[in-house]
Design a binder for this molecule. Sequence first.
Ligand code: FES
Length: 406
Amino acid sequence: MTSARPDFADASSRAALARKRAAGHTLPRSFYVDPAVHGVDVERIFSRHWIIAGHVASIPRQGDYFLYDIGYESIVVARGENDAVHALANVCRHRGSRVCVEEYGHSRQFVCPLHGWAYDVDGRLQSAPNMPEDFDLSSHGLPTARIEVVDGVIFVCLDDGGDFSPVRRDILEYLAPYDLVDARIAYHRRYLCPANWKLVAEIFLELQTTGAAFAEMRQVMARAEAAAQRDGETTRRYAEFAAAWRATARLPHERPTRRGDAPAIDYACRREPIAPNFVTQSEDGRAVAPLLGSQSESDGGVTVIRLLAGWIVACSDYAAIVRFTPIEAQVTEMDVTWLVRSSAVEGANYDAARLSWLWRANVERTLKLASDNQLGVNARRYRSGPYAPDEAALDAWVTWYLGRFV
Ligand code: FES
């Protein structure tokens, strides 16, 4: 007789699994390979936490929409009247068909393909052709998800999600100088990574904290090069450089905002200097596009905002939104959107290849590193390993994750 595999539907089985992780160590193998754990991640993490869905520049006109799918859930993010942005459940109120089937589109109405129920872009049901005349249209609109738009960046939550106002305040403080409301999409790439989303996120977190394994990041970021060198003299020189930059930087910097006693929302905002004489994160340090927002010149810094498994990186002249979404236990979607000032013209003011160089390289390197990491973790000989002192941020993030998992 064989015992059934746990599906982790009950808290005690999830807690028992979580207890298998030794403090300060990577997660046990099943967290990275087990479809049942993937199901919990989608249900308890991604379906309950705030996530970055995209940017309003993807839906510039009333009636524009895009879909964002998480597990079985599908959200229609649509531009409605008066520039309002809506997050609607992509589930017909008649018999449950998906209403929108194209990933991007433009429509005056969302018409269900099965029997033609028609909803306006705010989600209100406008007509239901097969129903009696006295059918109450007003009580059969599409369900909504919580949505917040902060400086053009769209955040959604399929559940209550907790109080977003502190997150909004902090993110707005960091993003306001870039005025990303006045931005257009310069470039977009999407990848499928054959690795669990947590392996992808851990490597991307590592990129942000040390970055020693990322050649392009070392070329651009003085902090990454100092972390890679690991010698006292380089560390001292970097500390002096960073201190001098902090003394003159005009924008807010270094105010981590995550993890109080009640870490309902996992996010962090920070600024740091790029490298001496670099005005942006480009291959040669020179500008790659017109300045964003109200800036009159670059202060040589970069803003990094993270929310769960999404990142917003803002330089003086471009921004990138990186979004990781779990697809299967060992498949993660990596979506990257680059933004420039709305008046910028490709060819005249920017070159997409030059603009996207660093974060394309970072994401593609993450894809390869995470894929190799997954292959190792899949092996029966994998054992949880200890985090190094400079991996403290990863350790803290995994601890946060386990709190939400249980
Ligand atoms: S399921 Fe949508 S109209 Fe019938």
